[in-house]
Write a protein that binds this ligand. Structure first.
Ligand SMILES: O=C(O)C(=O)Cc1ccccc1
Length: 307
């Protein structure tokens, strides 16, 4: 049975997402304490794949995931899941809100319950943990008084009780998760795919505009752009781009070759079906047929068959 890593310990949102991402096959889910460790386990072939949190509608990208994807051997995303996010706040039985002096959770969870904390636990000191489930373990072990967790974590900690449930500053907050593998056969194009890449543009005037032009000229819909510093050079950045389409699509392949010529570095991070299955809107000039016809025309010109 394939082993699949997830950001643990058991009871995280990522475990829930990884279960959804592997629902089609029998898998043994294996917890790792950090995203970089889970991805390294994929690289070293200890596991087949890893489920990782990617971005959140409230707090933005999970930078640990972005950085870990581009450091080390190449990896690619093969599937995407989006989960609605609401939290339970768990305490040891008998703890009242007034007795909570420390509240623990993953930084992205804390960011999504700031107003709730200001209202209900204004005096509490925040302790950040590697995951929401790790925060529940801290409370169980007596190292923190309250934990902001995924509802599933409550089942794992029968000694803890909710101080509140369904907590979320933004009612419709969502988090996007990816299933990451070593490069191999790509998922088949479905017409409702997303492609992710990371590029380092040359340090010159207009470089980012030119990167974006490669996409816009081909009618490619950009769904996310994020920058992360290149660790060893201050003021230079790696851009993470997500856009509609599959690398097997002519317009995407064409854009990628343009980027490859133009950029210092291009890392392909996968083409995979979008969680919402919404089909890409492709303008006529960027359709498969338009690309095929233009290539046929070029071949004719090159063969000297056109007047
Ligand atoms: O810590 C978790 O449970 C995670 O899976 C990371 C996370 C944290 C907050 C919101 C969504 C995902």
């Amino acid at each position: 049975m394939p082993r699949i890593a997830f950001l643990g310990p058991p009871g995280t949102f990522t475990e829930q997402a990884t279960r959804a991402l592997t629902a089609d096959f029998d898998a043994e889910l294996v917890p790792f304490d950090t995203v970089p460790n889970a991805l390294d386990a994929v690289r070293s072939q200890d596991v087949l794949a890893a489920g990782v949190p990617m971005e959140n509608s409230v707090e933005g990208s999970v930078s640990a995931t972005l950085d870990a994807l581009t450091m080390g051997e190449p990896l690619v995303a093969v599937a995407e899941a989006v989960l609605p996010i609401r939290f339970h706040v768990l305490v040891r039985r008998g703890t009242t809100a007034g007795a909570v002096s420390t509240v623990a959770s993953h930084p992205h969870a804390i960011a999504q319950v700031r107003s709730w904390l200001d209202r209900h636990l204004p005096e509490a000191r925040v302790l950040t943990t590697s995951s929401t489930a790790a925060a529940a373990a801290e409370v169980d072990g007596g190292h923190a008084d309250a934990a902001v967790v995924a509802p599933v974590a409550a089942e794992r900690h029968p000694a803890l009780v909710p101080l509140d449930t369904g907590v979320a500053d933004v009612a419709d907050a969502r988090t996007r998760f990816l299933l990451i593998r070593r490069p191999g056969a790509l998922p088949e194009p479905t017409g409702a795919d997303r492609t992710s890449i990371a590029v380092v543009a040359h340090d010159e005037v207009g470089a980012l505009t030119e990167v974006l032009s490669e996409l816009s000229l081909r009618g490619i819909n950009l769904s996310r752009i994020e920058s992360r510093p290149i660790k060893d050079r201050l003021g230079e950045y790696r851009f993470f781009l997500d856009f509609d389409g599959h690398v097997a699509d002519a317009r995407i392949g064409d854009a990628l070759t343009g980027l490859r010529r133009r950029c210092e570095e291009v890392r392909f991070l996968g083409s995979y079906p979008k969680a919402d299955r919404s089909p890409a809107s492709v303008r006529p000039a960027a359709s498969e047929q338009a690309f095929r016809k233009s290539m046929e025309w070029l071949a004719e010109v090159r063969a000297g068959r056109l007047a």
